[in-house]
Design a protein around this ligand. Structure first.
Ligand code: ADP
Length: 451
């Protein structure tokens, strides 16, 4: 069943039940109030007759006197203490057929006389011997029942009208609610069929839930599109990067095949070039894998480390392997930090590797602490990066000087990997550089200090 039909059906059904209940309550309330009123009137009339019996001895008088006390269309009967009928007067002849009931208590009765409902009130009165006699007034209730029927008809008509109105309103409401939803599902189907990133057309300025839902769907599509574009860009950049070393390897291996076996010089040159490119490719694939793994959350756990010896150990390894002068300076003696050691080490290695690749002199690692922040910077005194390149160095595959990068083995992935690693543990990466003076890259870690 369609949602619009469901909304229409359930709302009309609910409304109908409510209206039926309301009509029943109104009818009962009307009946109860009317009967109460009738009973009060009959009781007043009976009290009046009782007073007259006391004053004028109504029982002894002629029938004409009782007529004056009989309400329109009603019947009055007076019984003695032994239950014998003393006197009666009926405005409506039909009522005379009402049977005599030997009841001596005050009370009301609803009975049927010749198919019509009548209300009978019995009112005991004290006779001379202080024994109780009975005044009985009977009043037909056809007017009350007529009113009740009219009211029931009016209620039924009004309810039917409201239900019909609710069916129309339900249809309109369902269309109002479902229109944006059907536009959304149409757009989604379009996306599914065409594979294009489409946005939902949002016309209204209202801030209702559907508008909010549409806006967040559009934001999600923008993000997906950006991710997809980045992925495509990454793929084409990566294949482009791999193409150069593969071409070099292919051409040198062809050279080897043709003449290399006889010429020792060509053999040496080709093997050297193939080896160099193979290492470059290995490094590139390692970086590509690292960059791809940044997309997902890290499975590594945070650990408590003593930061200064941790950095010193990394510096020591690189001093030995790179044969470079790496100095570590710290403004504080001890910093206990909670971080993911594997990832922090990766970042430091990338920064030190860059400093070693792009400079010849001394490299400095500086550690300082300011309130809840830790600053670890790697500074070199190399050629620096010009201001127009500086904002782009964190982009994937961005290299300031690609011909130089080829010689140094750079592929433009190091800083982008370093930045996403630092961001994964809530830090930031900052770079400052001046042409001819050197470059300083700083890792800023927040809320990771343990006292
Ligand atoms: P790569 O693998 O090419 O070094 P990075 O992302 O680490 O890739 O760096 C991007 C570019 O930024 C490099 O190609 C290089 O030109 C420049 N760069 C990075 N670090 C330094 C540095 N310490 N000194 C000078 N240039 C640097």
């Amino acid at each position: 069943m369609k949602i619009s039909t469901k909304i229409q059906l359930y709302s009309s059904l609910f409304l109908s039940i409510m209206l039926v209940l309301l009509s029943i309550i109104v009818l009962f309330a009307f009946l109860w109030i009317s009967v109460e009123r009738e009973e009060d009137l009959l009781e007043d009339q009976a009290s009046l007759i009782e007073e007259s019996i006391m004053e004028k001895d109504l029982t002894a008088d002629d029938a004409g006197l009782l007529e004056a006390y009989t309400p329109d269309d009603a019947m009055v009967r007076i019984f003695g203490t032994d239950g014998t009928l003393i006197k009666k007067f009926a405005d409506d002849e039909d009522l005379l057929g009402l049977g005599v009931r030997s009841v001596s208590e005050k009370g009301y009765d609803f009975t049927k006389v010749d198919g019509d409902y009548v209300l009978t009130y019995r009112h005991p009165y004290p006779d001379e011997g202080k024994k109780l006699g009975m005044i009985e007034i009977t009043q037909p209730q056809d007017t009350l029942l007529d009113h009740l029927t009219t009211l029931a008809l009016v209620l039924a008509g009004a309810s039917l009208f409201v239900i019909l109105l609710s069916v129309v309103a339900g249809k309109w409401l369902a269309r109002l609610i479902l229109k944006p939803l059907s536009i959304m599902s149409g757009t989604m189907l379009d996306i599914e069929k065409s594979g294009e990133f489409k946005r939902i057309p949002l016309a209204g300025q209202s801030k209702d839930e559907l508008q909010v839902m549409g806006e967040s769907f559009n934001r999600m599509i923008v993000r997906l599109e950006r991710n997809y574009d980045q992925q495509q860009q990454f793929l084409s950049d990566a294949s482009h990067e791999l193409k150069t070393p593969i071409t070099v390897i292919e051409s040198y291996s062809s050279l080897l095949k043709r003449w290399g076996m006889k010429d020792a010089a060509i053999q040496e040159e080709a093997v050297e070039a193939i080896h160099h490119e193979a290492i470059r490719m290995k490094r590139l694939t390692e970086h590509l894998l690292q960059a791809a793994s940044q997309a997902g959350p890290s499975a590594d756990m945070e650990e408590k480390i003593e930061l200064i010896p941790f950095c010193e150990q990394i510096a020591q390894t690189l001093r030995r392997t790179g044969n470079r002068d790496i100095e570590l300076q710290s403004e504080v003696k001890e910093i206990h930090a909670k971080t993911i050691p594997g990832q922090l080490e990766q970042v430091l290695v990338i920064l030190l590797d860059n400093a070693m690749k792009y400079s010849d002199g001394k490299i400095q690692i500086k550690i300082k602490q300011q309130s809840d922040k830790i600053f670890i910077s790697v500074k070199d005194h190399g050629p620096g990066i010009s201001p127009e390149h500086l904002p782009h160095v964190f982009e994937r595959f961005y290299r300031v000087d690609s011909s130089r990068a080829r010689k140094t083995g750079g592929n433009g992935l190091g800083l982008s990997i370093a930045r996403s690693l630092v961001e994964s543990f809530d830090g930031t990466l900052d770079i400052e550089s001046e042409l001819g003076k050197g470059t300083e890259v700083t890792i800023i870690l927040s809320h990771q200090i343990l006292i």
